[in-house]
Design a protein around this ligand. Sequence first.
Ligand SMILES: Nc1ncnc2c1ncn2[C@@H]1O[C@H](COP(=O)(O)OP(=O)(O)O)[C@@H](O)[C@H]1O
Ligand SMILES: [Mg+2]
Length: 163
Amino acid sequence: MIAAWLLERISIDEATTRQIGATLGRWLQPGDIVAVQGPLGAGKTRFIQGIAEGLGVTEPVQSPSFILVQAYPLPGGRRFYHVDLYRLENPEAVWALGLWDLFDEMAIIAMEWPERAAGLIPEPYLRVTLIPLGDTVRQIRMEAIGSFPLERLKTLQALLGSE
Ligand SMILES: Nc1ncnc2c1ncn2[C@@H]1O[C@H](COP(=O)(O)OP(=O)(O)O)[C@@H](O)[C@H]1O
Ligand SMILES: [Mg+2]
């Protein structure tokens, strides 16, 4: 276990963001949570579409802004949940979404606007921050929040290093 792990990549366009998401998606395991933050239009949904592709989701992944939680079946019987808390009215309302059932289910979860559920996401999880640097340029920062097994982080680093 290590205390802090951080990796940064530069994406020059939408396709690259998606591709980095897909690489991350291939690495994810049941129970993993990815919190994707960044301003509107940064590419959070694009990144999560990449995650879904890497996980083998065949349905098109849309932004679930109006329904907050969208489920997709995964090969092997588990589920992928795309959560978007943008429209969450207050932090307490997060309980009504039943997110805790999803955590218990050993699903794979990617969450937009995790700040709206600040302090409620169980560790360890991966935090991805998309920082717009220009028209189509984004900095993608990936951080382990809480302790992941070191071997898993090394594997992810190797996968992302070969992008
Ligand atoms: N490098 C990039 N990565 C992701 N999206 C990009 C990039 N460059 C331009 N875009 C555009 O930015 C927008 C991102 O939209 P979206 O993923 O819905 O953002 P968010 O979910 O963060 O609000 C899309 O219109 C996409 O085409
Ligand atoms: Mg979005």
